[in-house]
Write a protein that binds this ligand. Sequence first.
Ligand SMILES: [Zn+2]
Length: 149
Amino acid sequence: MPENQQRLMGNTPEPKTPIANRVWSGAKLALWRSKVAWDITVRQAADIVQRCRHAEGCDGGADENAPCLDSCPDREIRMSALVVLNAARQFAPPSASKLANQPYTAPSREFFADVVAELAACQAELETLRGTVVTAPPENETPKLKEKT
Ligand SMILES: [Zn+2]
């Protein structure tokens, strides 16, 4: 039996990927931001659809799924807004709670050790740069401009 099928049947455990806490938090934050953005998109697109003008006898004003008549003045705008609206509904995460509302876990000592080590490396790099960057002109070169005597 193929491995995928074995996994679906629960015979072999699902492979897992360990992920750093700060990366996981970043992913959750990105999901929450995406949710907020999609919610705004749904509201605005629905608003545009609501404001579209329709020709006499068009069902589009009352029913979102009804197609517009050819004579509707805002037919194209409504179709574009419906595309945005449906994309927002389809791709918005079903739920994404704000990170601040979730239980807080303090960063580990290893995380702080990593940050401190990175800072030390940056400091060393800065010292190297300060040591090698020459701001004074080369000594053996004679000045090009000379005053007449
Ligand atoms: Zn219409």
